[in-house]
Design a protein around this ligand. Structure first.
Ligand code: ATP
Length: 249
């Protein structure tokens, strides 16, 4: 499986009409197959940074590259194509509730399709349906393929959202507080899944979390945003729950 590295150089963002910059001059890089956690207090700028990395939010300055390919200079179709290499999992899983798990996962393939957007409902090719079933199998939900998503629990829904991201065949996965709405056990399941995917597919994973234990256990490296700066970039084995909690003080 191909995976991407991420290089971020001197990224800054200031929203118009607000007093101070969300972050200034942030630089870091993530190697292929690495799992990296981003921590920081509420409002520190974690979601904004994640989105600026793929220009879902436009940074004011700085450069972002995927495996050395500069995203900052791209626009239109070229930017969309590069972005298709990035899978996104959000805190709110954004599934279509009345559709089955399988159809929602098939939507992950839309980025690679040129035909009409409603094809996924009934005209998916057999090989795509099989691939979607395989993605559901990987997240342990093969038996729920034909269940409507509004009949799934929060943890199951989040795993469908991960299967949808996998359907896109991403080379790097961004996850923004993927366990925020889950109970501790479902949260562990989802994080275990990221760990497994990172190892088995050599998938690069960049996730935001408020759980210092998740950051310590599931990430190779931990980044921390505070006072508009990247103040922590450290191997997780050099940190402890106490040292990370201090970061929130
Ligand atoms: N579109 C926007 N316009 C103006 N300000 C914004 C916008 N989006 C975010 N902000 C501000 O930028 C700051 C960082 O927000 P962001 O959501 O990135 O923080 P966060 O670290 O992800 O927070 P949380 O842990 O609460 O999810 C906040 O002060 C927020 O109010």
């Amino acid at each position: 499986m191909l995976s991407d590295s991420l290089q971020v150089e001197g990224l800054s963002k200031h929203f118009k009409g607000t007093e101070k910059s969300v972050f200034r001059d942030v630089s870091f890089s993530i190697n292929e197959g690495q799992s990296v956690a981003l921590i920081g207090a509420n409002g520190a700028g974690k979601s904004t940074l994640l989105r600026c990395c793929v220009r879902l939010i436009e940074p004011d300055s700085g450069k972002v590259s995927l495996s050395g390919e500069d995203l900052s200079s791209k626009s239109g179709r070229a930017l969309k194509k590069a972005r298709n290499r990035v899978g996104f999992v959000f805190q709110k899983h954004c599934l279509v509730p009345r559709l089955s798990a399988l159809t929602n996962v098939l939507h992950g393939n839309l980025a690679h399709c040129s035909g009409p957007r409603n094809w996924a409902q009934s005209f998916a090719r057999q090989e795509d349906r099989q691939r979607a079933l395989d993605c559901l199998e990987q997240v342990g939900l093969a038996d729920f393929a034909y269940q409507r998503c509004d009949q799934l629990s929060g943890g199951q829904s989040q795993r469908v959202a991960i299967a949808r991201a996998l359907m896109q065949e991403p080379r790097i996965l961004f996850a923004d507080e993927p366990t925020a709405s889950l109970d501790p056990q479902s949260g562990e399941l989802v994080m275990d899944l990221f760990g497994r995917l990172s190892r088995s597919r050599n998938l690069t994973v960049f996730f935001v979390s408020h759980h210092v234990e998740h950051a310590l256990h599931y990430a190779d490296r931990i980044l921390g945003l505070r006072s508009s700066e990247l103040q922590l970039d450290s191997a997780s084995h050099s940190e402890s729950a106490a040292s990370l909690r201090e970061f929130y003080a």
